[in-house]
Design a protein around this ligand. Structure first.
Ligand code: HPA
Ligand code: ZN
Length: 326
């Protein structure tokens, strides 16, 4: 079969998707109308035109503004359900969805509203789409560790509705070690641990995500190639990297897809996966990332199988579930 067809059809797991980053402009406008929220854009087209980013922060500003239309539990459900339908169409059989509770609780939305809406969409996805979907709560690293600790406390009544915690938002100036205590607490609670590191930030942030936070995966991690000792460590411990090719181009980490270092990371023996990050903002969902990245970098069918296998190996699914898929 043609390579794009193989890429589109192969079963895969998505491990790096911010559910608030799946909010399409059309749904932003529909929810704004439903909730009586006014937006500083006249229409869908002018909002989409604002999606021209120069770095991570320029994206985050507009991404947090977009999330302001999410008010009711049903809004969170509708957002996640729209993503899960697209994921099913892309032959995603397992997804681990990041969500940013602080973006909502800071606006007076209850933790319960956020978590219950997202979780109900995950439950329906299993029953109606055959997609196994779970939630990972992310702490915003531009806020304080005290804020993260308070957020964890608010989430504990819903401990069974998410499988782990992550760390996202503005990376530079907010190293992982800022969150040492809250991650230690999450570890005691038996939560899975991941963190964004080495997207724009230096290899030192990947080292401290591993050695101070004890994370099990690194989100992005593309700056690792600057440090050969780090590459060796990631290979030795088989620490997965959740790489997001469209994101890296849209946020100017790389000038174009052909400059992606995915092939070098794979050649170095790292457990690399491909993910969409914020698909509504970066120009495409998971299969678009696969097809266009392969076309631009000359990756082969052999790499496709490796990436699909890596996505399951790197996931937090149970052994029994993995056995069913392989
Ligand atoms: N990096 C950091 N924080 C984020 C991202 C990202 O790519 N997407 C949504 N929040
Ligand atoms: Zn991300």
């Amino acid at each position: 079969a043609r390579l794009p067809e193989l890429l589109r059809r192969m079963p895969k797991a998505e491990l790096h998707i911010h559910i608030e980053g799946s909010l399409e402009p059309e749904l932003i406008f529909a929810l704004a109308q439903r909730n009586g929220v006014s937006l500083p854009y006249a229409d869908v087209e002018s909002l989409r035109q604002a999606y021209a980013f120069t770095n991570l922060q320029s994206f985050l500003d507009i991404y947090y503004a977009g999330a302001s239309v999410l008010i009711q539990e049903q809004d969170f459900y509708d957002m996640a359900w729209a993503y899960l339908q697209r994921a099913a169409a892309d032959h995603v059989v397992h997804a681990e969805l990041f969500f940013d509770p602080q973006t909502h609780t800071a606006r007076g939305i209850a933790m319960e509203t956020v978590v219950r809406g997202l979780h109900r969409a995950c439950s329906d996805a299993k029953a109606q789409l055959g997609v196994d979907a779970t939630l990972i709560l992310c702490f915003l690293r531009h806020l304080s560790e005290e804020d993260a600790l308070a957020t964890l406390e608010q989430a504990l009544p819903f401990r069974d509705l998410f499988i782990g915690v992550g760390l996202d938002s503005s990376e530079l100036g907010h190293p992982p070690e800022k969150f040492a205590r809250v991650f230690a607490r999450c570890r005691e609670l038996g939560l899975h641990l991941v963190a964004h590191a080495g997207e724009e930030g230096p290899p030192a942030y990947i080292w401290s995500a591993l050695d101070v936070l004890n994370v099990q995966r690194i989100d992005h991690g593309v700056q690792a190639l600057k440090d050969p000792a780090l590459v060796q460590r990631l290979a030795q411990d088989r620490i997965p990297l959740t790489v997001c090719p469209f994101s890296n181009v849209k946020l100017c980490v790389f000038p174009d897809l052909a400059s992606s270092n995915l092939a070098q990371l794979l050649d170095a023996g790292l457990a690399v996966t491909i993910n969409s990050d914020d698909p509504a903002y970066f120009g495409g969902y998971l299969n678009d990332n696969f097809v266009q990245t392969f076309a631009a970098t000359g990756l082969t069918a052999h790499h496709a199988y490796t990436l699909a296998r890596n996505s399951f190996e790197a996931s937090f699914v149970t052994e029994a579930q993995r056995h069913d898929w392989e």
